[in-house]
Design a protein around this ligand. Structure first.
Ligand code: PLP
Length: 370
């Protein structure tokens, strides 16, 4: 059996470090924020190359708090990708703004910068791109669009811890970067966790207040606040795991290389394109197959002990919740094609060569019927 990812094996390999970190939080009993969170925030800011990091309770909250801190609210429009996990859009809706979706680039599956200017209106306040599957977006083009239209650039880096764009870590390039530490992410907590990173002191301080009931000093609530604080145990665990992140991302790259080498030229299979091999952190390895056979292929792979996923089956603007925006099938042709054909193969740093070989053999046999 080849699992889709193997968190238990990851924990087992660094068990001593993890137990020591958790023990410390048990001893100091600072379960919410506290030294575990503070120390992780400092380490993660340094890792990303930003001045500040603010830990929150999940990635969805990170995006939500980031939009508030960037002054996005009712009546505003935020440009984002049609192809992502729903949270990217939730944050826009939570602040009362309207998501304006654009289609994706057929090579990278990231938001296509060439489509952005056509949807800018006087109400547009921000661009919210997602570094999907661990590959950085074209931030240079997006930054220059933001500069010329006076827009905020908010990065959804939930799938791209450690990824780089032109040599800089994602999250550090726009006005603010948002991360999720959901357990299955490249950097995953022991439960829910998230963070924002930024160089902007005012935004960092505002999010620090917002996450803690908007208190400016004890019992002085200066605006509508939230309880979106990071737990001490999550900070402590994340700081341990952060020390291993680069090595884990390197191991993911090796697995991606293995797949790309051994699955090249399989008929009926499209491999993912990688713009910058050193910058991609391969959160997911997503191949495309004939849409009509996708479910059958997944079932046959499962029968051979290969776990797979679909990330994601439906463009966000075509989800029932966004029906009121009036989008219809055909509006996002590239995303719709990719989403009908995509299969995510097992991808995790602790892979063994025998597992990779098993995946390759099964995919070859099932996809090309050989
Ligand atoms: C692209 C993207 N954005 C946001 C999120 C939200 O993160 P969380 O699940 O921690 O709220 C996720 C996580 O699944 C994600 O993949």
């Amino acid at each position: 059996m080849v699992p889709f990812l193997d968190i238990r094996e990851q924990n087992r390999r660094i068990e001593k470090e993890l137990r020591a970190a958790v023990d410390q939080v048990i001893d100091n009993a600072q379960f919410i924020l506290g030294p575990g969170t503070k120390s992780f925030e400092e380490a993660f800011a340094a890792y990303c190359g930003t001045k500040y990091c603010v830990g929150v309770n999940n990635g969805t909250s990170a995006l939500h708090m980031a939009l508030i801190a960037n002054g996005i609210g009712p009546g505003d429009e935020v440009i984002t990708t049609a192809h992502t996990w729903i949270s990217t859009s939730w944050a826009i809706s939570y602040v009362g703004a309207t998501p304006k979706y654009v289609d994706i680039d057929p090579q990278t599956y990231n938001l296509d910068p060439s489509l952005v200017e056509s949807v800018i209106t006087p109400r547009t306040k921000a661009i919210l791109p997602v570094h999907l599957y661990g590959q950085a977006c074209e931030l240079k083009s997006l930054s220059s669009i933001c500069d010329s239209h006076n827009l905020r650039l908010i990065e959804d880096a939930a799938q791209a811890h450690g990824a780089k764009c032109d040599g800089k870590r994602v999250g550090s390039i726009g006005h603010i970067g948002c991360f999720s530490f959901y357990p299955g992410k490249n950097l995953g907590a022991f439960g829910e966790a998230g963070a924002v990173v930024t160089d902007d002191q005012e935004m960092a301080e505002r999010i620090r207040r917002l996450r803690d009931h908007a208190q400016d000093g004890r019992h002085n609530h200066v605006e509508l606040g939230f309880n979106t604080r990071m737990e001490g145990i999550q900070g402590a665990v994340l700081e341990v795991k952060l020390r291993h992140l680069d090595a884990w991302n390197e191991a993911r790259r090796r697995l991606a290389d293995y797949y790309r080498e051994n699955l090249a030229n399989v008929s009926g299979l499209r491999l993912p394109q990688c713009v910058d091999p050193q910058g991609h952190v391969w959160h997911l390895f997503v191949v495309l197959v004939d849409a009509a056979r996708r479910d059958e292929i997944r079932q046959e792979l499962a029968d051979q002990g290969i776990a797979t996923g679909v990330h994601y089956p439906t463009p966000v603007p075509l989800q029932p919740v966004y029906q009121h925006l009036g989008h219809k099938p055909g509006d996002f042709p590239v995303a719709e094609d990719v989403m009908a054909q995509c299969i995510s193969l097992p991808m995790f740093p602790e892979w063994e060569e025998s597992q990779a070989r098993q995946v390759v053999d099964a995919v070859k046999m099932v996809v090309s019927n050989k």
